[in-house]
Design a protein around this ligand. Structure first.
Ligand code: PLP
Length: 391
């Protein structure tokens, strides 16, 4: 074997790689698998954004390197977007970094902050990509529990004092992957008070900003007064505008953190494809009906899926945000991994076992609402039938 660097061995193994391989094997063997295990939006990017890309590509100026901190026009669009959507004033020259997708930004933030031996607080259950940057930095993660009884918010008072003291930053994510929970402004105010008191930097991952239901509008962490002195918010276009493949996101917050991200990005990539940056401007500044329609689509899917489960006697509380349903493992199954395997084997439905998101995810599976309504109803019916056949 090639003698790789130690950090390669520290990187967490892709927990879901095994599941994906099994799903693919079933599909190849001719099974009609409904794969709800991954988080890949199935809807197309709105046409006006695609058109903006087409026009931008035809302009030879987009064929060159753009400034390494991103196109000024896009940073100004981000500032206008935050003002319009959240009433937050942002300095586009100092407080915005353009990212190669939110995931890269999250990893880079650990590189910006963490020395070997440092620690970061991460949600449990939580999005596994927070772990990647922490591992690359040679730092340690300290999980904090999202509590079912509190709508999958943490009880910040129950995070041990020693953990607050040790941690250099805290990753927070609402609307939440994997639980579908949402947070209101009072939660962020409390978080800001803890962060200030303990000198812990906040990274708020706002990936599902636009996806919440029943009239709830998720607030931005930056709406808390003084939040920009406490950390950054990461916003990706992947979910809001169905642009997951385009790899474009941004960070907004403390100018020194923004400068740190920009420095790292300059060393890795120089900059994003300028035409994609111009299309991102069109997304942020153009008509927003597509965003409202998106949330309505996911709400209808959620209701159809959860309703079909309920009709067959399977309990699954409807989640208030994100495109993930967090389904309790029914009685009689010993673990989330065992239930996920069972559904793939006996229902041809792929779901993500909760344990893949941390120990706090045990007892649940994550179901992506990433197929048309009729397919989701069929998945729910197959799940119910398989579960009943085992009773
Ligand atoms: N954060 C969360 C919680 C996510 O679920 C995702 C994508 O799945 C991301 C961040 C990153 O998205 P992207 O890298 O496409 O911007």
């Amino acid at each position: 074997p090639i003698p790789m660097a130690d950090r390669m061995h520290r990187l967490p193994k892709q927990f879901f790689a095994n599941l994906v391989a099994r799903i693919e094997a079933k599909v190849r063997a001719g099974h009609d698998v409904i794969n709800l295990g991954q988080g890949n939006p199935d809807l197309p990017t709105p046409p006006h954004i695609v058109e903006a890309l087409r026009a931008a590509v035809l302009d030879p100026r987009t064929h060159r390197y753009s400034p390494f901190t991103g196109l000024p026009a896009l940073k100004e669009a981000v500032a206008a977007f935050y003002e319009r959507e959240y009433g937050v004033q942002v300095d586009p020259t100092q407080e915005v970094a353009i990212l190669f997708g939110g995931k890269a930004g999250l990893v880079e933030l650990s590189e910006v902050f963490l020395n070997p031996g440092d620690a970061a607080l991460v949600p449990d259950p939580g999005y596994p990509d927070y772990w990647s940057g922490i591992a690359l930095a040679g730092a340690e993660m300290i999980p904090y529990r999202l509590e079912a009884g509190r709508g999958f918010l943490p009880d910040l008072a129950r995070v041990p004092e020693a953990d607050w003291q040790r941690a250099k930053l805290i990753f927070v994510n609402y609307p939440n992957n994997p639980t579908g929970a949402v947070a209101d402004l009072s939660f962020y105010e409390e978080l800001a008070a803890y962060a200030r008191r303990h000198g812990v930097w906040v990274v708020h991952d706002f990936a599902y900003a636009a996806i919440a239901f029943d009239g709830f509008r998720p607030p931005s962490f930056l709406q808390v007064s003084g939040a920009k002195e406490l950390g950054v918010e990461i916003y990706t276009l992947s979910k809001t505008y169905n642009m997951a493949g385009w790899r474009v996101a941004f960070a907004v917050g403390h100018p020194d953190i923004i400068a740190g991200i920009n420095l790292i990005q300059d060393h890795y990539y120089v900059s994003l494809f300028p035409a994609v940056q111009l299309a991102a401007c069109a997304a942020l500044l153009g008509p927003q009906d597509c965003v409202r329609e998106l949330a309505a689509v996911y709400q209808a899917r959620r209701d159809a899926f959860v309703g079909a489960l309920a009709a067959h006697g399977l309990a699954c509380p409807p989640q208030p945000g994100s495109f993930f349903t967090w389904m309790p493992v029914p009685p009689g199954f010993s673990s989330s991994a065992m239930f996920a395997d069972f559904l793939l084997d006996h229902a041809d439905v792929g779901v993500a076992p909760g344990i893949g998101f941390g120990r706090g995810g045990e007892g649940y599976v994550r179901v992506g609402l990433l197929a048309p309504e009729a397919r989701l109803v069929e998945a729910a019916e197959r799940i119910a039938k398989a579960v009943q056949s085992r009773r």
